[in-house]
Ligand binder design. Structure first.
Ligand code: ADP
Ligand code: MG
Length: 211
């Protein structure tokens, strides 16, 4: 079993829908510790991505993901846009010319994607950012590869790890991004970026784990 090109397209399209559905929720989370625009930012970016889907239809996975990344970079402002743009661009660099992915390919791509986010945003685990959801997801995927788990189980484990990482941001004091301006007052709120990142990993598990 592999993750095919059409599965990658389905993941992106489904994620755009999840972001649209959760736009208000993400905005509420950002209202508490930021500037109340994370839902709108992500939705603007992913609606633009949906508009590019016809031209992605017959492309390889690397081209698709690089197109998503470039679209996010050009349509989403703030901190989230460049970070999500980097995530998709880096994943695309590791999947050039591919029409399907093994679990190992996906683990390698997500690892590079998250490393790109860390390099760009300089956030460490525990800084109360999207990295807190993404890094555990990568770790869980790598462990699943080493243990020889099947794709659905591996993806489910990575989604659970992302969810736990997201929940762990609640008590943290933010050390990066706008939320860090609040200092101690940022504690007690879930980080919006870790939430949209959890949705990304969860959507991959839901879309690719069915086959
Ligand atoms: P902005 O903060 O510019 O309003 P968004 O609201 O779209 O942008 O995104 C905020 C999210 O971006 C935060 O919840 C956090 O997860 C993430 N973020 C902010 N700064 C960084 C950083 N330096 N590294 C990683 N993620 C970050
Ligand atoms: Mg914001």
């Amino acid at each position: 079993m592999t993750i095919r090109q059409e599965d990658v397209l389905a993941w992106i399209k489904t994620y755009a829908g999840i972001i649209a559905e959760n736009k208000e929720y993400l905005t509420q989370l950002d209202a508490a510790i930021g500037d109340a625009d994370h839902g709108a930012n992500m939705n603007r970016g992913f609606q633009a991505v949906v508009g590019k889907m016809p031209e992605m239809a017959d492309k390889d996975i690397g081209t698709i993901l690089k197109t998503v990344g470039m679209t996010l970079l050009s349509t989403v402002g703030g901190a989230g846009g460049p970070l999500y743009g980097t995530l998709f661009l880096q994943a695309g660099m590791k999947s050039v010319g591919k029409m399907e992915l093994t679990l190992e390919d996906w683990a390698t791509m997500l690892d590079a994607a998250v490393s790109g986010v860390v390099m760009r945003g300089k956030a460490e685990l525990g800084d109360k950012t999207m990295v807190d959801a993404l890094t555990p997801a990568v770790q869980a995927l790598k462990q699943a590869c080493e243990a020889g788990l099947d794709i659905p189980t591996a993806l489910k484990n990575s989604a659970t790890a992302a969810q736990e990482g997201m929940q762990k941001t609640i008590p943290l004091v933010a050390r990066k991004g706008r939320a860090s301006y609040l200092g101690e007052r940022s504690a007690g709120h879930q980080d919006p970026g870790s939430t949209s990142s959890y949705f990304l990993i969860k959507t991959a598990a839901d879309t690719w784990g069915k086959a």
